[in-house]
Design a protein around this ligand. Sequence first.
Ligand code: HEM
Length: 372
Amino acid sequence: MRHHHPVHEDEYGAFHVFRHADVLTVASDPGVYSSQLSRLRPGSQALSEQILSVIDPPMHRTLRRLVSQAFTPRTVADLEPRVTELAGQLLDAVDGDTFDLVADFAYPLPVIVIAELLGVPPADRTLFRSWSDRMLQMQVADPADMQFGDDADEDYQRLVKEPMRAMHAYLHDHVTDRRARPANDLISALVAARVEGERLTDEQIVEFGALLLMAGHVSTSMLLGNTVLCLKDHPRAEAAARADRSLIPALIEEVLRLRPPITVMARVTTKDTVLAGTTIPAGRMVVPSLLSANHDEQVFTDPDHLDLAREGRQIAFGHGIHYCLGAPLARLEGRIALEALFDRFPDFSPTDGAKLRYHRDGLFGVKNLPLT
Ligand code: HEM
């Protein structure tokens, strides 16, 4: 597709964008390629004017500056000892004979980190996990239970709306509490954030907390699964990173490039435009493929090869104004998780013949990964 149909209109009228350069163009121009997907259904209510990932400038700029003041690279760097401790605890609890990387490690680790970051008490962590499970229609223990049945509307309510409401109500109470009694957590920092006289409303803080869980949980869990699957295919890279731990960050970048957990972004055109010679009318969905861009031979030589010395920008975290705010946290968790696995297990690989269940709908990663 990159050669012959770099911009391809599908049967539903959505335009898929495959080349690295074109994906950057789309992500760099929010004036033409809007993140406000409610524009696809004229007359419908905006999803929310408070959710960072689905708004455009100038609102996006204000909101992003405010949340960035609280969620800083320093906030993330300070998490390192705690993430290391949590990774160790989860692996300590593992039963060596039936170790599932996702259920026992990759799935719980990021949700605990986000819950702690927000200042959610340990007793309420399971609530967070259950909301996240249900909203993503993914239950590691029993996937059959989570499928939509005959009454799709009712199932949608049960699976998505109810936990969303419960989480919002919980976070609202939490924000009220932190306004009254600030603590050393992200919610308190968000309450305190000020940029040019602007401050965040309770609603915005609640939406941001919910977004962190939605954006940061399963994506990071998929990154860890993808890392182990990549190592299976590239044993020399594993040997090199085991021998020299300073290669782990480069390894994680290559895993993100080869198997980006989020394979596509979504935008809607605000006016007629031309991309790579193709006319895209106003009001159409545009779907830039991070997976394809990350394999673009114009940017990456021998793109299917895992190369620890590779230069060139992988774009698994997106690009432009919506560039992933959690990228430093995802990289930190990826590195620490792999260090912990290397420390505990001199050798591990996916169990032969195990049936792997994959996420769908723009996600690239497994829901289970039994290891031997
Ligand atoms: C945005 C990927 C982890 C928080 C994004 C975007 C991508 C992405 C591609 C841009 C979407 C777009 O432009 O439409 C990933 C991947 C992750 C990851 C692959 C893990 C490997 C995290 C984590 C957090 C997080 C751990 C926080 C806890 C966010 C937020 C945004 C975002 C808040 C919206 C930023 C904005 O709209 O300004 N992520 N993400 N992500 N991500 Fe991540």
